[in-house]
Design a protein around this ligand. Sequence first.
Ligand code: FES
Ligand code: FES
Length: 169
Amino acid sequence: MMKHSITLTVNGDRYTLAVFPWRTLNEVLREDLNLTGTKRGCGTGDCGACTVMVDGRTVSSCLTLAVDVDGKEILTVEGLAPDGERLHPIQEAFIEKGAIQCGFCTPGMEMSALYLLSNHPRPGEREIRHGLSGNLCRCTGYNKIVEAVAEASRRMEKNNGAPGGGRKP
Ligand code: FES
Ligand code: FES
């Protein structure tokens, strides 16, 4: 079968790639672009470890074919701290609250948290738990993760009330 030429904008950088039609966005991010922050857990849409944003909405990259996101904007966890030095308030809050154990679920949790906080800047505990309900933590550190998202909400509000303190993303 023929490869297809696709163009993706990932964390602000544009890539043109030739991919087989059966390859997932998760595979292309991890294997072709070496963006291994996005994890692959179940591979069947159940764990949320592979969560990324496509045109501002969270998707399971393990269930998304790369050819189906041709021309779209992708944001991965690497895009939260693009200069590699200053962390996003969500990342700072996860560290401060001890919300990371093995860290495998963390990238997906943070992308779901970003989507939640972008749409509900001041979520209550129930909203946070609902917003993260598609993400599983095998270390079961859910309470600290919820605390971290609440803290991230406070930090982002303090920084002009905008996600990322008014900077992209
Ligand atoms: S790896 Fe995609 S949902 Fe689990
Ligand atoms: S911190 Fe280990 S899976 Fe969540």
